[in-house]
Design a protein around this ligand. Sequence first.
Ligand SMILES: *Cc1c(COP(=O)(O)O)cnc(C)c1O
Length: 385
Amino acid sequence: MTNHVDKSRKPSTLAAQALGWLDPSTNAVVPPIHTSTNYARDENYEKVGDRGYTRDENPTYEQVEALLAALEDGSDAMVFSSGMAAATTVMLSLAPGDHVIAPSIMYFGLRNWLVHVGRHWGLEVDFVPPGETAAIAAAVRPGKTKLVWVESPCNPTWDITDIEAAARVAHDAGAMLGVDSTAATPVLSRPLTLGADIVMHSGTKYLNGHGDVLAGVLVTARDDESWARMKYLRFENGGMLGAFEAWLLLRGLRTLYLRVEKSCASTMRIARHFTGHDGVAEVLYPGLPSHTGHAVAARQMHDGFGGMMSIRVKGGAGAALNVAKELKLFARATSLGGVESLVEHRATVEGEDSPFPDDLLRLSIGIEDADDLIADLEQALAATA
Ligand SMILES: *Cc1c(COP(=O)(O)O)cnc(C)c1O
């Protein structure tokens, strides 16, 4: 059997078998971890198999990158030491003076980077309300805007961006569209098939799924000049994933579809259960018809609306923090997309600059029994009322 990608297979099959690749030297079904940092040249001083140094030539990256490209229907993928290393590589592939449009609600760390590093480095950055194509259209400067960045669903309100419409607006202006698809995962939406140019993931979240790896991913629609620039930047900036982490990421991806399907189904049940609950002012989840992004999400996402939701607790910040305190099954921890459920009070984490209401609790729903999670939330709300 040769190691290639059989595109006739469904993505869940490709993921479960990690493409079905066998180790060429041993026929091992699970690949080895190549720990060597360097590769010897032959007698003629030629590289063997194009390998020299581990920073981007370690064979442990190849299977996981090929799988990620296949799952996103892209032409190539790169793994990074973190989601931030992946996202900032896209930003740094631009030139000082280029204009970037990003959503006003987005991953907090990347927003901070754009404000405190990107602008300092010379990027002109405008933030527009998430989920509004008209706001992107009003902000583009044809010829000057080089990147439109969106996150869908976006953290922690789970607003949805119409990726097809955003791609049209970006391309009309001569810009590329980059999508942070961390919360959607390739299971629920495939932005490259909707016109996006680059997809980014924090592999730390759903892709690995077990809270034990920090990793980032970029997948490109085309192997073009701008992708070559990003490859160069990964190599020279050095934000490379370690071989052990690449191996763990591949292992996590084998169960991605099962984990995401389970957590989507539970999240839908929990969101419905707490809609109209006495202790809850609002449930934010794109799977609910009441959510502003529902119509676009129903069209753009398939097999579910994600495992992330937020609730606004009646009684303000004190009540929200008390619910977090009373929860027994949800860990009070940051991050998301793992097998265990987490609760986070974003206003505390983000501090004074946080644009979010202080009665909001973000929930990452894991793969535990949904009835247990509902009962835990019920008892925490009852203890708070
Ligand atoms: C966590 C996260 C990131 C950053 O990823 P790291 O792996 O922590 O560097 C970016 N975007 C989203 C939506 C995230 O949840």
